[in-house]
Design a protein. Structure first.
Length: 227
């Protein structure tokens, strides 16, 4: 069955190879689109609060790059001072615990056709204040999509590209000249690959249809193996 799921996942990607990348500002919709496939979430809760993530260092399969921040002797750091969306830990910095507008960073990871993450912000946010880019696709923060979290606001940005896997993503945080000042933290960084998970969630309808069509193929594979 696992082999059939793998073939079906490849078939699903092939069937949508001409589709355009999809940008998301809603975490539930993003995760729903990935159901049935292997996802990985870096939520920082398995790392001790206070731990540093140096420029160019990796944590749980994701490498963090932040040359400009590092040039000011600022390091990324796992924090637990403020509220977040899952667990107690999140990604911040050694500069008062937060990223500030103008603080950008890059990520690198194994082949993925999806990237998404949560931003917890403080201060007035305008459309496009934070942007996530992967491949040739960018998605910007939508101010009206913010969900209150005590005195902060929670936003989600995600990209799924079934036509082309990517290995890097960039976060840009700049409100523009004269814009309001803001700070932010990051949590729950999600990546995904093409392999069906060992204990998959309910298979999406499109994948189920492909599986149904592959049933004869599965029988032929088993029959050939035993003849």
């Amino acid at each position: 069955m696992s082999r059939l799921l793998f073939i079906a996942a490849l078939a699903l990607v092939s069937a949508t190879a001409q589709s355009a990348p999809i940008a998301y500002t809603n975490r539930v919709e993003f995760l729903t689109a990935l159901s049935g496939l292997t996802t990985h979430t870096l939520d920082f809760d398995l790392t001790d609060a206070g731990s540093l993530i140096g420029n160019g260092n990796a944590l749980d399969g994701i490498t963090f790059h932040y040359d400009e921040l590092a040039s000011y002797s600022v390091s990324m750091q796992v924090r637990n001072d403020n509220l977040t969306t899952s667990g107690t830990n999140y990604l911040g910095t050694t500069d008062y615990g937060v990223f500030m507008d103008g603080d950008d960073f890059d990520l690198s990871f194994a082949n993925s056709f999806a990237i998404g993450m949560t931003f917890i912000t403080a201060g007035e946010m305008l459309n496009g204040d934070i942007t996530l880019t992967a491949g040739n696709t960018s998605v910007g923060l939508v101010a009206a999509a913010g969900v209150p979290l005590d005195d902060d606001s929670v936003y989600f940005l995600g990209i799924i590209d079934t036509a082309a896997a990517f290995t890097t993503a960039s976060v840009t945080a700049f409100g523009g000249a004269g814009g309001p000042w803001f700070v932010y933290n990051v949590d729950d960084i999600v990546t995904a690959n093409l392999y069906a998970s060992p204990n998959p969630a309910p298979v999406p309808a499109s994948l189920a249809l492909i599986l149904a069509g592959l049933s004869p193929l599965g029988w032929q594979l088993r029959h050939r193996r035993h003849t």
